[in-house]
Design a protein around this ligand. Structure first.
Ligand code: TXA
Ligand code: MG
Length: 322
């Protein structure tokens, strides 16, 4: 059930987490479905709810830096240095992979000796985490492989009454999942692109390994080639001749006119000015809206693979992968 973000509902959500139940909550990236990270039975229920492969580890959310030591194992001097350089980006859309504290149930990390940690910026997420009083393990609140939710209504559409508490924090401001950066190797390695860009991380850390699909999938199983996919076939505009006789939807990144050869039934314009941040913010809602129309094909624009544009194109490539 969708609950407004009142103080009493936030308290209720916190109590539910402590009692071992699942709660859906907003972050600035996407909505998550969370459980007490120290309750393995509750964490198992997340995997069951989502139909998530048990090999795919979760991100654990914290309200403040003081919560970090209970989650991490011993950190090297190098890891502490990297952390000091990166924590100015917290709270924010950045998840860091570090050695896992032995006291954290291994199911949180799908058995890996590491743990992904994030401090969300969304005020309601922070209030909810403080009310829970414990780190909250939370993947995106969608069925495995479908599009991440960016509104409370999206979460409700995914899980219906299976989730008694969906905290409503309005539409997410960023709109695509957090950047995931691993700090467990000899140099920091980008595992998932997000709105914290590759160049922003390089500026802070110096050398950063770029994401490479093959090895990243072994380290970060959630980064499978196909992911984030609508049920409807999806193609980039112009990637093949416009098929005739098909019912099409079009996701336009800016205000350019529609090509004469295309006859879309529905057009979603994400940003009049083609602003990448605005495109990211509205992309998943548009994909869901068009997917719900039962069309034959969704066509989508491309953007430059720089900054958040790289993350947008990454998600679309995966959504189209066979
Ligand atoms: O923005 C986000 O990150 C959202 C919100 C709710 O925080 N969460 C999210 O979680 O997108 P999820 O489960 O949909 O994606 C988590 C990603 C997966 O690609 C997973 O493989 C990776 O993080 N991951 C989690 N723990 C990891 C670990 N220990 N080592 C490597 N990758 C890890
Ligand atoms: Mg996800």
């Amino acid at each position: 059930m969708i609950l407004e973000a009142s103080t009493s509902n936030i308290q209720k959500a916190g109590l539910a987490i402590r009692a071992g139940y699942l709660v859906a909550f907003p972050t600035e990236t996407v909505y998550g479905v969370g459980a007490d990270a120290f309750n393995p039975t509750a964490v198992e229920a997340i995997y069951a709810l989502k139909g998530r492969p048990s090999s795919n580890p979760l991100i654990v959310h914290i309200a403040s830096l003081e919560w970090l030591p209970q989650l991490t194992g011993p950190l090297s001097a190098q890891q502490q240095q990297w952390l000091a350089k990166l924590t100015p980006l917290w709270p924010g859309p950045l998840s860091l992979v570090l050695p896992r504290n032995v006291s954290v149930p291994s199911i949180v990390s799908a058995g890996h000796p590491t743990i992904a940690i994030r401090m969300p910026r969304h005020t309601l997420a922070q209030e909810f985490l403080r009310a829970s009083g414990t780190p909250v393990a939370a993947p995106s609140a969608n069925r495995s492989n479908y599009i991440s939710p960016t509104t409370a209504a999206h979460v409700q559409a995914e899980f219906g009454e299976a989730l008694p508490i969906i905290l409503d924090g309005g539409p997410c401001a960023v709109g695509i999942e957090s950047t995931v950066l691993s700090l467990v190797g000899p140099i920091p390695k980008l595992l998932r692109l997000g709105s914290v860009s590759y160049s922003a991380l390089q500026a802070l850390l110096g050398e950063v390994e770029p994401p490479d699909t093959a090895s990243t999938q072994t380290i970060s199983p959630g980064m499978g080639a196909k992911h984030y996919s609508p049920r409807t076939a999806l193609q980039y505009v112009g990637s093949s001749p416009a098929p005739g006789g098909k019912r099409m939807g079009l996701i336009r990144f800016d205000a350019q006119p529609v090509e004469a050869t295309l006859k879309p039934e529905k057009i979603c314009t994400l940003s009049e000015a083609g602003d990448p941040e605005e495109i990211a913010c509205r992309l998943y809602a548009a994909l869901r809206e068009l997917d719900d129309l039962g069309l034959d094909l969704i066509l989508v624009d491309r953007c430059a693979r720089t900054g958040v544009g790289a993350a947008i194109m990454d998600r679309l490539d995966r959504a189209m992968a066979l």
